[in-house]
Design a protein around this ligand. Sequence first.
Ligand code: GCU
Length: 435
Amino acid sequence: MFVGVFVLVAGLVSQTPSEPKGSTPVIRINLEESKVRPYTLPDPLRMENGRAVSTKTDWAARRAELLKLFASQVYGQTPAPSRPIAPRYRIRSEHKEALSGTAIRREIAIEFSDRDDGPGMDLLLYLPKNAPRAAVFLGYNFSGNQSVDLDPAITPSRSTHDPRTRSDARATARQARGADSSAWPLEQIVARGYAVATACYADLDPDYDDGFANGVHPLFYKPGQTQPAADEWGSIGAWAWGLSRALDYLETVGEIDAKRVAVMGHSRLGKTSLWAGAQDPRFAVVVSIQSGCGGAALSKRDFGETVARINTSFPHWFCQNFRKYNDHEDALPVDQHELIALVAPRPVLICSAAGDQWADPKGEFLAALAADPVYKLLGTGGLEVSEMPKPAPRQLVKSTIGYHIRPGGHAVTRDDWEVLMDFADAHLGSHPSTP
Ligand code: GCU
């Protein structure tokens, strides 16, 4: 565990393709509150031309402006596909007595091209028997559908066949059946009347820097194009796109209420759920868990992971334009409170962990707080506290912007799920809506 300010020689961690060989950029990382340098946040309620945003109509224009800025400068825009994409849905299995008889388990292959070997995504869906037209939690898993539960009948996700994602013993262990079941307490979720839908994020784009040769990116290349342009999407953009495609499918499922889908994600997948929720207003609730830099944490606040560090360690996550802000967060025309504000007026829950300083819990809270004026303008009440809650005793801020911090480190726990469901009960209603 690091404390204080230190520098990292990025070349030792990994090198971006654009860096000349032998260059060793030095990245300052600060983990001490007293050393945070002053910073100024852009005002979400002021247009780029300086005009104040004071009505809902003004906000619609500002929202469009912010969405464009996040797309062109941070995550990259989703390009138009080279050929129209008409996903095909194939039910691969159904088990009516899953989770000790409390749920129906269904596996659905979603194909984005006319080929069955991809690209596409394998969705695993649990429908609670106790709640007709249930609300749904939709979120990616890291290591394949087979990792979320010990059930031997779950089909391993297609992406776990990718040799690059199985390249070391740790990856193989993570992909074992049930290896990630503590982050997916399915029986607990279903018992509270929620459906769960999950797929492996690597189905959309494997999480390594291969120049975007695999995953869904090539479906969008113009003739002759081999890489996304500087303002086009990286991996987070593709993962977010996939969440919307999963939602398209959920809209066809009679047993659930697709108007009550909470999109959730942890860490890099929390960055993804926020970007998905910002772009796709069909997500009724958006949840980010310890999403940190490029997620809920403010970029201009120099605490924990920085833009330079994330772009160096993970050069494929954001668009190339985002690299302009390496060590120049001050020049960013947006900050992450405005990403949260893009979810408005829908409920958004930001979850932090006190032991996960790399993700800057305070920066996550301050971003939630700085999104509040937008929610207030739209008449939804925003964040009902102005002081950051303590990690213990448990305090879930349940207002339209929700916030929660718990002791402990970087993980999703059963208790986190209780928090998610308490928040969802408050905003989606725990009772089925009428068709
Ligand atoms: C790294 C990375 C974070 C990311 C996390 C994760 O720690 O620096 O930005 O959120 O991985 O996805 O687990």
